[in-house]
Design a protein around this ligand. Structure first.
Ligand SMILES: [Zn+2]
Length: 336
């Protein structure tokens, strides 16, 4: 696993080493993906996923026959947005059971989900043929492959309501392939979201998470284009990162030494306001949250320093283990 913690990238500041947190700070562990599926959750997970997949495809077939709308054919060119969205809806069942039963989505499970989705979509095409009961001009029933070929070549893009829609011909097969890929890959999106969540290995459960404080740091607005202004901006950014890290370590110190009241007081100070978010244009935000296991009660207070514009990349992270009682006390601060 690549360690991307504590990295700082504020542009050309001429500094090579990223500033690091104090070595005394705890580390937030992101568990590796499990390779095996626990037997207790496997069958239930599969059934739930197949059920939501069937519902999603039934909705599409219904929309097609009743309103003439093919959700699979909605594009945000060139992205098959409708297919991906429908796939994501289909994958909700896997996600729900995995979250509930604490199943880690390994690679094998993800591949399985993609295959199930692809088979389900092809099955839906057969069901469409059965429902449509197509016939040739002379009244003889049309076979599935002829029906599939005609509907595929007959697909059309409507760009405006005035121009008559043009059919795509053989390109229809490419569209079908793109839609199949979009739907199948879309169906693992909900499961993959779970990969990022913290997990209690001993209980086999996902941790609950709640944000209890936010603090803004750093210069306002984006990085300026002019060179002179940029240097000042970078310097300000660097000192802001330092200030945020200092704030983090003092929080960790208070939590580690059991001074819950002081930690709560810090989180309740005007600096850590949940409402500060909207008005401020400062570039950095320090999110502090509590994560805890509903099984054993083990938990930690974690913090992430991120650039507001790029919230997935953490400049610094910390985690300090807390007792169940302390976690509950800290959680109460977020309700005030
Ligand atoms: Zn646990």
């Amino acid at each position: 696993m690549q360690d991307r913690r504590n990295k700082l990238d504020v542009g050309a500041t001429g500094r090579d080493e990223p500033p690091t947190l104090d070595p005394g700070l705890g580390h937030l562990e992101r568990p590796e993906l499990a390779t095996a599926l626990p037997p207790q959750g496997g069958l239930l997970l599969l059934n739930a996923g197949i059920a939501t997949t069937a519902v999603a495809l039934a909705i599409n077939t219904f929309a097609l026959f009743v309103f003439g709308q093919d959700i699979l054919g909605w594009y945000a060119p060139p992205v098959p947005a409708g297919a991906i969205a429908l796939g994501a809806a289909a994958g909700v069942g896997y996600w729900g059971v995995a979250l509930w039963r604490g199943v880690r989505p390994g690679l094998g499970l993800q591949i399985g989900v993609v295959i199930v989705a692809a088979v389900a979509l092809l099955t839906a095409n057969v069901i469409e043929w059965i429902v449509a009961q197509p016939v040739w001009d002379d009244g003889t029933p049309m076979g599935f492959f002829a029906f599939y070929d005609i509907t595929t070549r007959g697909m059309s893009f409507s760009t405006s309501s005035h121009a008559p829609p043009k059919t795509v011909g053989a390109w229809g097969y490419a569209l079908r392939a793109v839609e199949l890929a979009g739907f199948s890959l879309g169906s693992i999106v909900p499961l993959r979201m779970l990969c990022r969540r913290s997990y209690c290995e001993s209980c086999g459960r996902y941790l609950k998470h709640r944000t209890i404080g936010r603090a803004r740091f750093g210069p306002k607005g984006g990085r300026p284009l002019r060179r002179a202004a940029r240097a000042a901006y970078d310097a300000e950014m660097e000192s802001a990162v330092g200030a945020a890290e200092e704030k983090m370590s003092s929080l960790v110190e208070e939590i580690d030494s059991g001074r819950t009241a002081e930690a709560i007081a810090a989180l309740e100070s005007p600096m850590f306001s949940m409402r500060l978010e909207r008005g401020s244009r400062q570039a950095l935000v320090l999110n502090v949250g509590v994560e805890w296991c509903t099984g054993c009660g083990a938990g930690h207070v974690g913090g992430q320093l991120v650039v507001v514009k790029d919230p997935n990349r953490a400049l610094a992270e910390f985690a300090a283990p807390v007792t169940k009682a302390m976690a509950q006390e800290l959680l109460r601060t977020s309700k005030r």
